[in-house]
Design a protein around this ligand. Structure first.
Ligand code: BG6
Ligand code: MG
Length: 217
């Protein structure tokens, strides 16, 4: 029995949301727009372009195309300064345990992320070889909640969507998995991720028995 297991990256495998927050906050403040943690929550799973559009809307700012491109580049340079310092110690608890369990049980594993920095981050934390397929922000034209990213992942794993399981920390990502007709597993707050088929605070709450049952389903 083989299923496809598709992992989101930011907030599921590594806690990069804190770096996105610092970089967006610095950028927003530099153009006199306030930015707080609640707003950051709304940017989870959202593409870089859409994130900047939201920040500009919150601050009632309109800027030229050139300025927009330059602000995006600035944000990413700042974000990369944090990413470049990352190491294996930033893998979230029990993620390696689940990845290993899936591997020894011959399950198909993919990454499905909105980030254009996904490969770089996986290399930094030494997990790149854990994934048979990687679908990231460079491969998709439609952002989550569109299911494109996960459907491409399923295809690369040679699995039907209904035989795929998605781990996600964002509302948009859970919606994408549901629209794709996949089993959705929310990682985070159950009040935020209530649309998911299953919800866990983090991977320490996920037992290998639970995974075993999913594979049998
Ligand atoms: C998602 C993050 O995984 O990737 C978002 O949750 C981020 O916060 C998006 O904006 C795009 O990432 P990047 O690295 O290409 O700017
Ligand atoms: Mg995420």
């Amino acid at each position: 029995n083989t299923k496809g297991f598709i992992f989101d990256l930011d907030g599921v495998i590594v806690d990069t949301a804190k770096y996105h927050f610092l970089a967006w906050k610095k950028l927003a403040n530099s153009i006199d727009v306030d930015f707080n943690k609640e707003q950051n929550e709304q940017l989870k799973g959202v593409s870089r372009v859409k994130s900047l559009e939201k920040i500009l809307a919150w601050g009632n700012k309109s800027i030229s195309e050139d300025e927009f491109m330059s602000l995006m580049a600035k944000k990413n340079d700042d974000y990369l300064s944090y990413i470049n310092k990352m190491g294996e110690d930033e893998i979230l608890p029990d993620v390696p345990k689940i990845l290993n369990y899936l591997k020894i049980n011959n399950q198909a594993i993919a990454l499905g992320s909105a980030s254009k920095n996904a490969r770089k981050i996986l290399e930094k934390v030494n997990l790149i070889s854990s994934f048979q397929a990687i679908v990231d922000g460079n491969d998709v034209s439609k952002a989550k909640p569109d299911p494109e990213v996960f459907l491409i992942g399923a295809k690369l794993l040679n699995q039907k969507p209904e035989n795929c399981v998605v781990f996600e920390d964002s509302v948009a990502g859970i919606q994408a998995a549901n629209i794709a007709n996949m089993i959705s597993i929310g990682i985070g707050d159950k009040n935020v991720l209530h649309e998911a088929d299953y919800i866990f605070k983090d991977f320490t709450e996920i037992s290998t028995d639970f995974i075993k049952e999913l594979v049998k389903k």
